[in-house]
Design a protein around this ligand. Structure first.
Ligand SMILES: Nc1ncnc2c1ncn2[C@@H]1O[C@H](COP(=O)(O)OP(=O)(O)OP(=O)(O)O)[C@@H](O)[C@H]1O
Ligand SMILES: Nc1ccn([C@H]2C[C@H](O)[C@@H](COP(=O)(O)O)O2)c(=O)n1
Length: 692
């Protein structure tokens, strides 16, 4: 069986020998570089010094022995591998190779060498002349500038510098000569695959050609074994291919039958604009054949017809695996949200949507939303129902746990007795809730102020900042007090009222030993009976009533025992403090009150004394007012006195009697000289009295 033949043709520097060599190694083919043969002949011709322009001088060619051994080329046993690359050789090789004699001789040598072996042969006329029946013909090409660049690199490696423009010019000249010569010019064989390597790497090109070789090398048995529909592939068939090259807007695939498939980016679907980062070499892609291209031979592919099924599969998988999918909200209607995912419409009823989202549903259109699928039914009109329940319940649970943790952390930091600042969060008739951070406490109405509060709303408002003391901590519960931070009424009272200061208050209770006076709300003091008045005879219990306002002085405030002692008498001077009376002493008195039939209260030395009716006159008094009036002053005699009891008893009568007696005694003394009778004497006395 003849061997497998690959013909590689192309202009200078397109990569023929490099690629051929590597493919030969890879696929175990013999590589024959025919250009090297023409170069070897050129080298020998130069060596021989023949006239290069004279074809008749090339007879030596038929006798030349050319061999390839270990990557080296030998001409007549001499290693010419390097020499044939000299500039001199390169400049003349086109000319030498244009002679029909030279060509025919070398072509027959080449054909002989390729007989019965698997060979990859590169040159200019391989596909057209040397191996016209080659199993695969490749015409490699590249832009002249790219080829010049590659050559320049080769030269730089060998420390040879050359102007790139000059190099390009030389290549163009050689191309022209090679393709315009009469004998076997460089042309593209009609059945060759043209590969432009301008933008291909060496590896790309190798892979591309390797695929072509493999496609053609495969035996019928192998094809059957692999169940490859080699002959039957047609438009609309579904095929799978392996990506061997990725460009921005096209991917190249090797299909099941080893043909080349190409897919342009717009036929991939999923709205991508570039294959980069989406598809990589080695990926398997399933697609539909949309066109079979003959020249060059490849198959155009598209994924678009498959996408619907693929997308539905994605949806079914998401449903089965209970996966979250990210959808787009396309419509908001009365019953729920319409979502789009992988090109399918999904409905999400409001009952399965987060409450906050339902509240702001009118702003949702166009937004993305993560959901779970809870019903997936395929059909002409697939039925797809989504839900957010799992998502929002999980979120709520997580938030709850976070809150609980935060509360626990905060409460662990709080101790009974701590003073904290918080905000009034809720007000009930008998208590308020005070929020700190994650924790709140209870402030009962009785703990807000020391005084009684009728309406809690009068003293606190929602949002008020308040300082409180923790008075009890039980688990997560905190009992708070604001009043614990305020001075007690007793403390406030003691601050404002120092000892001795005068205070007024209403009598709230009468006790056997005194009066309870309310001085301020919650502040009561005792006015002991001994402190009511200096007057020992003052029986205030008889006339002081509950509710009477009494003024008194603060004697003592005991904040701890909550005791206040008051003294009313301290507000006054004790009238008896600095006076003294002696019995028998005559004092000036002033009538301050007439007590009918009983006597008169008089003021003497600033204190009150009493003159009984019997002591008002030496004669019987029928009506006191006939003799005295309030405001009258006169002399009276102290007849009894007890300062402790504020007791002072006086007599006018005794002074009058004294006076009568003295007059009488005078009379007795005068009588020895005068003739006044007792009757005269009394008449005179009475006349005096009338005058008054
Ligand atoms: N994509 C590519 N394909 C092939 N060769 C490339 C590529 N990119 C760079 N090169 C380099 O280009 C240079 C020219 O390659 P090569 O000598 O194989 O070309 P050629 O077609 O055999 O040229 P000539 O006909 O003049 O012998 C080599 O150094 C090779 O490594
Ligand atoms: N089959 C061939 C091979 C080569 N030549 C000529 C044309 C080239 O200018 C020259 C050197 O070839 P290279 O080594 O550059 O590939 O040989 C030809 O005519 N036919």
């Amino acid at each position: 069986m003849p061997g497998f033949k690959v013909a590689i043709d192309g202009p200078a520097g397109s990569g023929k020998s490099t690629i051929s060599k590597k493919i030969a190694e890879k696929l175990n083919l013999t590589h024959i570089d025919t250009g090297a043969m023409y170069r070897a002949i050129t080298y020998l011709a130069l060596e021989k010094g023949i006239n290069l322009d004279d074809e008749s001088e090339y007879e030596f060619v038929s006798k030349v022995k050319i061999e390839y051994k270990n990557e080296k080329i030998y001409a007549n046993g001499i290693d010419v591998t390097t020499k044939i690359r000299d500039d001199k050789v390169t400049k003349n090789v086109s000319k030498v190779s244009s002679f029909p004699y030279v060509r025919r001789t070398l072509v027959s040598i080449q054909q002989e060498a390729a007989k019965n072996i698997d060979v990859i042969m590169d040159g200019r006329d391989i596909g057209t002349v040397v191996l016209p029946n080659a199993d695969l013909k490749i015409f490699l090409t590249a832009h002249v500038k790219e080829r010049a660049k590659r050559r320049l690199k080769d030269k730089e490696v060998n420390n040879v510098t050359q102007d790139i423009e000059q190099l390009a010019k030389e290549l163009q000249e050689r191309d022209l000569k090679d393709s315009t010569r009469k004998e076997s010019p460089l042309v593209v064989a009609t059945d060759a695959i043209v590969i432009d390597t301008t933008n291909f790497t060496i590896e790309d090109t190798i892979e591309r050609i390797t695929n072509e070789i493999l496609k053609r090398r495969i035996t019928m048995e192998e094809l059957q074994m692999k169940d490859v529909k080699f002959q039957t592939l047609k438009v609309r068939d579904k095929v799978e291919g392996t990506v061997f090259k990725v460009e921005d807007n096209v991917i190249y695939l090797t299909l099941e039958n080893f043909e080349e498939g190409r897919m342009f980016v717009e036929f991939y679907g999923k709205n991508i604009t570039s294959f980069k980062d989406v598809v990589k070499e080695g990926d398997k892609v399933t697609a539909i054949i949309t066109k079979m291209n003959d020249e060059p031979s490849y198959i155009l592919l598209s994924r678009l017809p498959l996408l619907k099924d693929e997308s539905f599969k994605v949806i079914e998988d998401a449903y089965k695996d209970n996966k979250t999918i990210e959808t787009k909200i396309t419509k908001v209607d009365e019953k729920g949200l319409h979502l789009k995912y992988e090109g399918f419409d999904i409905f999400l009823p409001y009952g399965l949507l987060d409450r906050e989202l339902v509240e702001s549903k009118d702003t949702l259109k166009g937004q993305t939303l993560e959901v779970h699928l809870i019903e997936v039914k395929n059909g002409k009109r697939p039925r797809l129902i989504a839900s957010r329940k799992q998502i929002f319940e999980a979120r709520r649970q997580q938030e709850l746990e976070e809150r609980q943790n935060a509360r626990k952390e905060e409460i662990d930091q709080i101790n009974t007795g701590d003073v904290l600042k918080g905000t009034i969060e809720r007000i009930e008739p008998h208590a308020a809730t005070v929020r700190f951070n994650h924790v709140a406490g209870l402030l009962r109405i009785s703990q807000i102020q020391h005084r009684r509060i009728e309406d809690i709303n009068e003293v606190i408002k929602l949002g008020d900042e308040i300082e409180v003391k923790v008075i009890k901590k039980e688990g997560m519960r905190l009992d708070l007090s604001h009043k614990a931070l305020l001075p007690t009424p007793f403390e406030a009272f003691s601050e404002e009222h120092k000892k001795g200061s005068a205070v007024k208050g209403a009598v709230v209770q009468k006790l056997p030993f005194g009066l309870i006076i309310e001085l301020e709300e919650g502040v009561r003091g005792l006015l002991h009976q001994s402190e009511y008045s200096w007057n020992p005879n003052d029986n205030f219990a008889n006339f002081v009533k509950i509710g009477d306002v009494v003024e008194s002085a603060v004697l003592l405030v005991d904040v701890k025992k909550k005791k206040i002692s008051l003294s009313r008498k301290a507000l006054f001077d004790n009238p008896w403090k600095n006076v003294s009376f002696k019995r028998g002493e005559n004092v000036e008195v002033k009538v301050i009150e007439i007590i009918t039939d009983k006597g008169m209260n008089v003021e003497a030395k600033g204190v009150v004394g009493f003159i009984p009716v019997s002591e008002l006159s030496t004669e019987r008094v029928n009506k006191i007012e006939d003799l005295f009036a309030v405001g009258d002053t006169m002399q009276a005699r102290v007849i009894d006195v007890n300062p402790k009891e504020w007791y002072l008893k006086l007599s006018v009568k005794q002074i009058a009697e004294d006076s009568l007696r003295s007059e009488y005694e005078q009379y007795l003394t005068h009588d020895e000289e005068a003739t006044t009778t007792i009757g005269d004497l009394f008449e005179n006395l009475l006349t005096e009295k009338d005058k008054k």
